[in-house]
Design a binder for this molecule. Structure first.
Ligand SMILES: CC(C)(COP(=O)(O)OP(=O)(O)OC[C@H]1O[C@@H](n2cnc3c(N)ncnc32)[C@H](O)[C@@H]1OP(=O)(O)O)[C@@H](O)C(=O)NCCC(=O)NCCSC(=O)C(=O)O
Length: 404
């Protein structure tokens, strides 16, 4: 079963990551690095731990169903960063780490004596990934940052939703996850840089900039083209046909045929090959300009078929098409099964926990999910004794004093 120990070590095996911070923007970076085989030590406040342990709508046994996913592959140690003894432990762990990931407000690490200069003095190869709302400098740097604000500031919110409604949030914390993905890319690039120079560096990933990086040609469109992108609901401006179309009954089917070759095939399937030659639809720009009219033609055709038959025709005809999936569709889909897109891991209280597999798949040394999110402080003994070489009585003493 994926998740068992018999796998080959992942590509990042041998690297140690120390993860501080909370919720998603930092921890998703730790998840990605752990998926690829790094040892991830998650440092949490004693007593409470990462608030993500409490998050989620459904909580069987009082347990978050997000925690097993975002904290998978991680080892949990407790450590109070507000007291000097805790700060010393964190510095010693960072001295033995390749990468530190954090997503506190700028200034928190500095306040705790965990600034990069201090850490790098003891460990010059250290890479420090800092995920924040606004980055480490600039007038907004000290502000508390949450994903929704960064998504709006980075431009995503304004263009999301139906034009007749106020801008909509996407259904997930996409800004945090994107900042974590860019933080991960930065960490991997910095690892490569370290190969050449032996020196680490700081990776500064801001949520609003991670979102901005996704915004395609928004900026030159405005400044050079004088065009402000607006919300366009289910379609993208000037990209046609690419929409959701009705099948017989209530079902909706997505068709994306916004390329000459694909549109020619769709026109043939529709029994209207002449549409591909029609000056109103023959080119990318013409289809964009006549999107509404084209969508009506396509919708009249799709409504004649049940969704299954329609999709079969489209797949066979080489036209990208599909359904809008819910979780239950994913569990039932043979393609998800064939590619192990969903894995199942044993959890002491929740039984078998299904979750998304590692992305992307590497051919020779693929990543693995080896465990679900740990209990708070589950690995205190293991890590403090084996990594820092503390004696058992020292670990007990630190716990008694509330440092860990
Ligand atoms: C999320 C925040 C607004 C939370 O702000 P604050 O609660 O004020 O925390 P700070 O970052 O200033 O960090 C200091 C606090 O960390 C807490 N803390 C955490 N871990 C520890 C440990 N191990 N020891 C001691 N204290 C700890 C403790 O309460 C500290 O408060 P003191 O006791 O006062 O010292 C901020 O961390 C932030 O802007 N982060 C960067 C952007 C980000 O990651 N946003 C959240 C993504 S999730 C999201 O947006 C979404 O889901 O949507």
């Amino acid at each position: 079963m994926p998740g068992s120990d018999e796998q080959v070590p992942g590509p990042l095996a041998g690297l140690r990551v120390l993860e501080m911070g909370q919720l998603l923007a930092g921890p998703f970076c730790g998840q990605l690095l752990g998926d690829l085989g790094a040892e991830v030590i998650k440092l949490e406040a004693p007593g409470s731990g990462d608030p993500m342990r409490q998050w989620g709508r459904e909580k069987p046994h009082g347990k978050s169903l997000w925690w097993p996913v975002v904290a998978r592959n991680k080892k949990s140690v407790t450590c109070d960063l507000r007291v000097p003894a805790g700060q010393r432990l964190a510095r010693e762990l960072a001295e033995r780490a390749d990468i530190v990931v954090e997503n506190f407000r700028p200034g928190a690490l500095e306040r705790w004596g965990l600034d990069y200069e201090t850490l790098a003095e003891a460990n010059p190869g250290l890479i420090l990934v800092r995920v924040t709302g606004y980055g480490q400098n600039g007038p907004y740097a000290p502000r508390a940052g949450f994903g929704s604000i960064g998504e709006a500031m980075g431009g995503l919110r304004y263009v999301t939703g139906d034009p007749s409604n106020p801008p909509s949030r996407t259904g997930i914390s996409i800004g945090d996850s994107l900042a974590a993905v860019f933080g991960t890319i930065g960490a991997l690039a910095a690892l490569h840089g370290r190969e050449r120079t032996g020196r680490g560096q700081v990776v500064d990933s801001a949520i609003y900039e991670a979102v901005l990086a996704m915004m395609e040609s928004l900026l030159p469109e405005w400044e050079i083209g004088g065009y402000q992108r607006e919300r366009t609901g289910a379609v993208l401006p000037n990209i046609a046909p690419s929409n959701v179309y009705p099948a017989r009954g209530d079902e909706l089917v997505l068709i994306a045929a916004n390329q000459n070759s694909v549109f020619t095939r769709l026109a043939e399937l529709m029994g209207r090959p002449e549409l591909a030659e029609d000056p109103r639809y023959a080119t990318h720009s013409a289809r964009g300009a006549n999107m509404t009219e084209l969508d009506t033609l396509i919708g009249e055709w799709t409504a004649r078929f049940g969704a299954d038959e329609l999709l079969e025709r489209l797949h066979e005809g080489g036209v990208p098409a599909g359904r809008i999936y819910t979780a239950s569709d994913m569990f039932a889909d043979p393609h998800f099964t064939a590619r192990d897109a969903i894995i199942r891991l044993a959890h002491p209280e929740l039984g078998e926990v299904p979750m998304q597999n590692v992305v992307p798949k590497l051919s020779r040394t693929p990543g693995t999910v080896r465990s679900t999110g740990p209990e708070l402080g589950e690995h205190n003994n293991e890590i403090y004794r084996s990594v820092l070489g503390l004696a058992e009585y020292e670990v007990t003493g630190l716990a008694e004093r509330g440092v860990i």
